[in-house]
Design a protein around this ligand. Structure first.
Ligand SMILES: Cc1cc2nc3c(=O)[nH]c(=O)nc-3n(C[C@H](O)[C@H](O)[C@H](O)COP(=O)(O)OP(=O)(O)OC[C@H]3O[C@@H](n4cnc5c(N)ncnc54)[C@H](O)[C@@H]3O)c2cc1C
Length: 442
């Protein structure tokens, strides 16, 4: 079903917005194909949007927007094969809930679970864990509705080239209609969060990653402190003490921290010069917390304070030198940064446009409160990332172009060949894709 667009669309971070000519909310694969055929007749661009959690303008369109809110059902869970097949508009939280009923879980996930599975796949959304790959790597089969309305069903064995490209496609190839994910037996996660000295974390990051399933930290610029998060996969139930107190105390702590953090950002807005002092207060409000719960409930956090974000994947060997460079740069430039820097590790994969393609990867994310300008800080960080062979997260802010990106991806041309074959007329194009993949038709 297609309705005339009523409102301007804006992404979660408030960094980008657009005014689609119409909005389609299909309920079947046939309706998706119909929308595409009609758009082709009108010569209009089409863009599917997920939960709008990308910070870049990757989801913006001057044409028809497709929302998959009504195309979000679980189609099959195969307990023996440990797979789930779902319509592409389902969110990660919904996938996790469905899997839990069958004693299964997602292999790994990122910091939140509001994203649609197709949005997460399309931008190579990842969590942390040096032996664990991103969400795109968990895909074993998918269906893609192309510009002509044809449906391609592909997997590692069938239509391989299309499959590899569609595992991280930036939405440039067509509409993902269904996806099948490889899952794992359900597991709990024991999570330990504690403030630690940044120097110790930088010196021993590799050791922490090697010893733990999941390790990451959030460093607070202008302070010597970071919040370290160590997550351990377990089949153990929550300890007796936690069962007595329930999850309430932990959830309250997280909410309180969110609210305190929000107040600190608003104070920083009053006077930027207060930021270093406020950062010390923020670092001190971080407490030691311990919790065991179902994996997705530990991984998926609440984010009440809006922000803009840039994130880069660098070779693991470059990760800590790059963090040190950012630390020096903030000091040298006298920048006032009120949000933490997040540092994670991810296993390599073999997907052409995955930022972790072909190399052990470390991720560094920088954030800015949504009321502050991000460009001066992000440009400085990007210059550092360029020097460390960085590849940007496709769903987060960056200033790269096809010319600067192509040399960083060994299988770049394979992706472009699939794009030219499936969307030669660039029906799925927009300003972002023109910038990062190159414009024009083949
Ligand atoms: C608070 C917050 C926390 C985050 N945490 C993490 C994290 O821990 N790790 C991480 O890697 N990223 C993280 N992100 C980034 C986020 O995971 C990605 O930007 C992801 O793409 C968002 O999913 P979405 O459903 O909102 O997709 P959207 O932003 O709506 O869309 C992203 C792209 O996917 C395309 N797309 C969506 N659905 C389809 C489809 N069916 N077919 C074809 N193309 C499609 C869109 O056209 C667009 O190009 C976070 C973002 C926020 C706001």
């Amino acid at each position: 079903m297609v309705t005339a667009a009523r409102a301007r669309w804006t992404n979660w971070g408030g960094t980008h917005s657009c005014s689609p000519t119409r909005i389609g909310s299909p309920t079947t694969e046939e309706e998706i194909a119909d929308i595409l055929r009609s758009a082709a007749d009108r010569g209009e661009h089409v863009k599917v949007i997920g939960s709008g959690h990308s910070f870049s303008d990757i989801g913006c369109t001057d044409g028809c927007m497709i929302r998959l809110d009504n195309y979000n059902k679980v189609l099959d869970v195969d307990r023996d094969a440990q797979t789930i097949t779902a319509q592409a508009g389902i969110t990660i939280l919904e996938v996790s809930d469905a899997l839990a009923h069958f004693g299964l879980a997602m292999e790994n996930m990122g910091d939140v679970g509001y994203q649609t599975i197709s949005g997460a796949i399309s931008t190579a959304t990842h969590g942390t864990g040096e032996r664990l790959r991103n969400i795109s790597s968990q895909v074993v089969a998918l269906s893609l509705v192309t510009a002509s309305g044809e449906v391609i069903r592909c997997s590692a064995e069938h239509e391989t080239e299309t499959f590899k490209a569609a595992q991280v496609s930036l939405g440039a190839l067509g509409v993902l209609s269904t996806v099948t994910l490889r899952c794992v037996p359900a597991y709990n996660v024991h999570s330990m969060q504690e403030p630690r000295r940044i120097d110790e974390l930088l010196d021993r990051f590799d050791e922490h990653c090697a010893r733990n399933d999941h390790f990451e930290f959030f460093w607070f610029p202008h302070t010597e402190w970071a919040q370290a998060i160590t997550n351990t996969r377990t089949q153990d139930p929550p300890p007796a003490k936690q069962r007595r107190t329930g999850v309430g105390a932990y959830v309250n702590d997280i909410l309180l921290e969110n609210h305190a953090f929000g107040m600190i950002q608003r104070a920083a807005q009053v006077r930027r010069q207060w930021i270093p002092g406020l950062a010390s207060i923020t670092a001190r409000t971080m407490s030691r917390k311990e919790m065991t719960d179902r994996s997705d409930r530990i991984f998926a956090n609440t984010r009440l304070v809006r922000f803009a974000e840039m994130e880069y994947a660098v070779p693991r060997s470059e990760l800590i030198p790059a963090v040190r460079d950012i630390r020096d740069m903030i000091q040298r430039q006298g920048l006032l940064i009120s949000f933490p820097v997040e540092v994670r590790a991810v296993a390599p994969d073999d997907i052409p446009l995955s930022p972790a393609c072909g190399r052990e990867t470390g991720y560094i994310a920088v954030h800015v409160y949504h009321k502050f300008e991000y460009e001066p800080y992000f440009r400085e960080v990007e210059a550092i990332m360029n020097a460390h062979d960085g590849r940007p997260h496709w769903g987060k802010l960056h200033f790269q172009t096809a010319a600067t990106l192509r040399p960083r991806y060994p299988m770049w041309d394979r992706f472009i060949a699939v794009r030219n074959r499936l969307d030669g007329n660039r029906m799925f194009g927009n300003a972002y894709l023109e910038r990062v993949l190159g414009g024009g038709t083949h």
